[in-house]
Ligand binder design. Sequence first.
Ligand code: HEM
Length: 139
Amino acid sequence: MKYFFLGVFTTLAALVVGGFAYLRLGWAEVRGDLPPSQLESYLMTKTVPASVRRRAPDSESTAASLYPPVPQLPKVGTEYSEAQIFWIAKHGVRRTGMFANGKWDSDKKLWTVAAYVQRIKSLPPHVQQELAKKPSTTQ
Ligand code: HEM
C-alpha cells in the first residue's frame, strides 16, 4: 500500500514538474497561424459554449476589454529582439487576438515593422514629431 501511494505521488509530481518545464522551456506552441490539434479543437469547441452559457449574463461590463490585454508598445516598449518581434508579427500569438501578419504581409515589410517596434521607445525626435502630426485627410 505504501508503494501504491508513493507511485501515485511520484506520478503526480512528475506531471506537475513536466508540465511546468513544458511551459517554462518554451515547448508550448504559441504561433497563431498553425491549425489547432484535435485536443485543442475539442477543448475549445466544448469550453467556449459552456463558458458563454455560464458567464454571458454577467459579462456585459467587461465585453469591451480583451484578455490578455494588448501590450501598449509605444508606452512600455518591448524587450524582444528584432528577430523575435519579426517572428511574433509573422506568426501572431495564439489565443490573444493577435493575428498572423505573415498571411498577407511580406517578410520585408515585417522586418521594417520589427525594426520600428524594437526602437519604439527611442525614436529620433524628428520621427516622433512626424508621428505626432494628425494624419492628412487627402490622399
Ligand atoms: C502589426 C501589428 C502588431 C504587431 C507588430 C504586434 C507586435 C507584438 C509584439 C512585439 C508583442 C510582444 C510584446 C512584449 O511582450 O514585449 C505582442 C504581444 C501581444 N500582442 Fe501584438 N502586435 C500586433 C497586433 C496585435 C493585435 C491586433 C492584437 C489584438 C487584438 C495584439 C495582441 C497582442 C497580445 C495580447 C500580446 C501579448 C501576448 C502575451 O504575451 O500574452 N497584437 N505583439
